[in-house]
Write a protein that binds this ligand. Structure first.
Ligand code: AMP
Length: 278
């Protein structure tokens, strides 16, 4: 596995692959890799000749009061996971490599979608994400990029951005990988005790009950909200519950199978998000 820290050598590597007509599947991550990331990497291998993974804890998507400093970093373990999965190249840039002076004079944002749902309580977040992902795409020039449905709003915003800018990259999404109790795997689960993980698993369980209720004919938002609240651990503070149209990510007028429920909440200081297709 090749390791790259700087843009120029990575570009040489990428252009060399392009010269040989080899395709690239790319998995952007913030590290602290788990089985969710591993599923994206394994799928990437089925799509292209080479798989490139990046690990970059992107400072611009954290507000000053968020967990940028504490965010779990486990490079040695991440590196061995990538080697075991036969990743072709790992990109590990410094903050100053991605954001040299004046880099943010140019910004890419999707305001209509970035200010909703998670964007309400994290106003920096999606603009930080689109800005970093577009830069990483321009460095790596992938044919495919793979994202998890765990971060559905993020996936949708990136897909929209790529379509709007006519970038020739196929954006793929993969289902959320979960603990046996239903808790969506997340690097932030490192912050949780075993008891808190058990409490956090009530998110997926309550979303599944809402899904069941919709397939039984419920269309009423208030009773679905109440059902979710009732089955959620009291230790979780709800940030939002949204019922969205999967094709536009806008709030759905009529709740029906095919829509998606998006959820965010906080357990102590830990932000937890999840979503399921109805
Ligand atoms: P992160 O390192 O958290 O920025 O995530 C990198 C990629 O992994 C994103 O596309 C996430 O949606 C995806 N991902 C994170 N958790 C999971 C999961 N539990 N299942 C599937 N994909 C995931």
């Amino acid at each position: 596995m090749d390791l790259f820290y700087d843009i120029e050598p990575l570009r040489d590597y990428v252009f060399n692959l392009k010269d040989k007509n080899q395709t690239i599947a790319y998995v952007p991550t913030m590290g602290a890799l788990h089985k969710g990331h591993e599923s994206l990497i394994s799928y990437a291998k089925t799509l292209a000749d080479k798989v490139i993974v990046s690990i970059f804890v992107n400072p611009t998507q954290f507000s000053p009061n968020e967990d940028f400093q504490e965010y779990p970093r486990s490079f040695q373990n991440d590196k061995s996971i990538c080697m075991d999965l036969d990743v072709s190249a790992l990109f590990l840039p410094e903050d100053s490599t991605i954001y040299p002076p004046n880099a943010l004079l140019t910004q890419v944002t999707v305001p209509e979608l970035s200010t909703r749902y998670c964007g309400k309580s994290r106003p920096h977040f999606f603009t930080g994400v689109t800005n970093v992902v577009i830069r990483l795409f321009n460095i790596i020039l992938p044919d495919f990029a793979i994202f998890g449905e765990k971060d559905y709003q993020q996936y949708f915003i990136i897909k929209t951005c790529i379509q709007n800018l006519f970038l020739p990259i196929t954006i793929c999404s993969l289902p959320t990988i979960r603990e046996p109790n239903g808790l969506a795997l997340s690097s932030r689960n490192h912050y949780l005790s075993d008891t808190q993980k058990q409490e956090a698993s009530s998110i997926y369980k309550s979303l599944c009950l809402a899904k069941q209720s919709v397939s039984n004919g419920t269309q009423d938002r208030t009773s679905l909200d109440r059902l979710i609240q009732t089955h959620l651990s009291p230790s979780i503070d709800i940030d939002y519950i949204a019922y969205v149209d999967s094709n536009s990510l806008l709030p759905s007028h009529t709740i029906k199978p095919g829509n998606r429920i998006l959820f965010a909440g906080n357990l102590n200081q830990t932000r937890l998000i999840d979503n399921i297709a109805l």
